[in-house]
Design a protein around this ligand. Structure first.
Ligand code: SME
Length: 161
């Protein structure tokens, strides 16, 4: 397993995702512990992009429960009808929020969080097993490039389920 990330010296996110995704595949290959893999994936995303907060909320007992993450402490439980994470779970689609203050029901774990992207991670039976949540302290920080790049990371996670 590669334990050091090698990233191009660029802020171009498309190039960073292109470099990072195969390294995440290598990082998780041969490790069958889901929590260990989600922890390393969170760390790899934070290291590559310096995201304010990045992590997973896992579906457990009809709620989303905080899983491995990197960043400031966060709320531990989210109802399916609450927040961007709950909306992502319910709609089963990626949600980009350019300004969290404009999203009805947004859960502010930190007042520093300004924009957000949340992606569903599907179990083999088609249900949503967890969501990948990334927060930025900049407004309008996420685009289709992130939806695609993080979508590739989500595909790797789905391969672990
Ligand atoms: N803002 C999220 C809650 C999770 S934190 O951002 C880490 C939401 O509205 O669902």
């Amino acid at each position: 397993m590669a334990e050091t990330l090698y990233l191009p010296a660029t802020t171009d996110r498309a190039l960073l995702y292109e470099s990072l995704v195969p390294q995440i595949a290598a990082l998780t290959e041969g490790e069958n512990d889901l929590i260990a893999n989600l922890a390393n994936i969170s760390a790899a995303l934070r290291e590559a992009f310096s995201f304010f907060w990045v992590g997973f909320y896992l579906k457990k007992d009809q709620q989303l429960v905080l899983g491995p993450f990197q960043g400031p402490i966060a709320c531990t439980r989210i109802q399916f009808d609450k927040g961007v994470c709950g909306a992502c779970y319910t709609r089963k689609e990626t949600i980009i929020v350019p300004d969290v203050e404009q999203f009805p029901g947004h859960i502010a774990c930190s007042s520093a969080s300004k924009s957000e992207i949340v992606l569903p991670v599907f179990a083999p039976d088609g249900s949503v097993a967890m969501v990948l949540d990334v927060d930025s302290d900049q407004l309008d920080d996420f685009s289709a490039v992130d939806a695609q790049g993080l979508g590739a990371v989500v595909k790797l996670v789905e391969g672990l389920l």
